[in-house]
Write a protein that binds this ligand. Structure first.
Ligand SMILES: Cc1cc2nc3c(=O)[nH]c(=O)nc-3n(C[C@H](O)[C@H](O)[C@H](O)COP(=O)(O)O)c2cc1C
Length: 197
């Protein structure tokens, strides 16, 4: 299997190091019990006041019409994701009782990352996507007004980037870059490196 491990400057756990956003998926469908485990992992994410402000819409290739309907809300730049056997849309619940939930997107992100890391653990890959038509998704899936469609996911067993068309292959094979710790971990005041490196 093609690996694109994080070139971490300091030790991190293996699952985090192995996760990356491939565009290449095999045609193997994702077994129902595996898919359920991904959402079980999302379920156990922490959230402010245990508000659990997340929902998911999911479509698998076992139901081609539904999978196609979900794929149709993706932007053309994410056309590669039509091949992923599972597509999902994560949705944030913006209100808790009658108050806005300031951490809704944050907490949805935690649930999403739980799902992603569980997927890596089970030998799958997940590629998150903001590139979709939000209004189209809202209408197609009848998402109520106090819910925000945030990110879609392509889920499946990782394939070989060599099998991708040239432009996508180049993206999948390109080196990964990250800011340095001193560029985002501060002490005393914003922008002042904490010296943790
Ligand atoms: C919320 C979110 C939205 C993203 N949207 C897209 C997208 O629409 N299309 C895409 O190809 N990648 C998308 N990505 C993947 C990022 O480009 C990718 O995570 C980033 O380049 C770092 O690469 P890595 O995940 O392989 O470490 C998205 C990632 C996140 C977390």
């Amino acid at each position: 299997m093609f690996e694109k491990r994080a070139s971490a400057d300091h030790p991190i756990c293996d699952l985090l190091a192995r996760r990356w956003s491939t565009r290449a998926f095999t045609e193997r469908s994702v077994e129902r019990e595996i898919l359920v485990s991904l959402f079980e992992a999302a379920r156990w994410a922490p959230s402010s006041g245990n508000g659990q402000p997340w929902s998911y819409l999911v479509a698998t290739k076992d139901n081609p019409a539904e999978h196609e309907r979900m794929a149709s809300v993706l932007t053309p730049g994410n056309a590669w994701a039509h091949k992923a056997p599972v597509l999902a849309l994560s949705v944030a619940t913006l209100h808790r009782v009658d108050k806005p939930n300031r951490t809704a997107h944050h907490d949805l992100g935690l649930a999403n990352e739980n799902l992603v890391i569980q997927a890596v653990f089970m030998g799958l890959a997940v590629h998150m996507m903001a590139g979709f038509h939000v209004d189209m998704a809202r209408e197609a899936f009848e998402i109520p007004a106090n819910h925000d469609p945030v990110a879609m996911m392509a889920i499946g067993y990782p394939g070989d980037p060599e099998s991708l068309p040239e432009d996508l292959r180049a993206k999948d094979l390109a080196p990964r870059h990250r800011k340095l710790i001193r560029e985002f971990v501060f002490s005393g005041k914003f922008g002042q490196p904490a010296g943790l490196e």
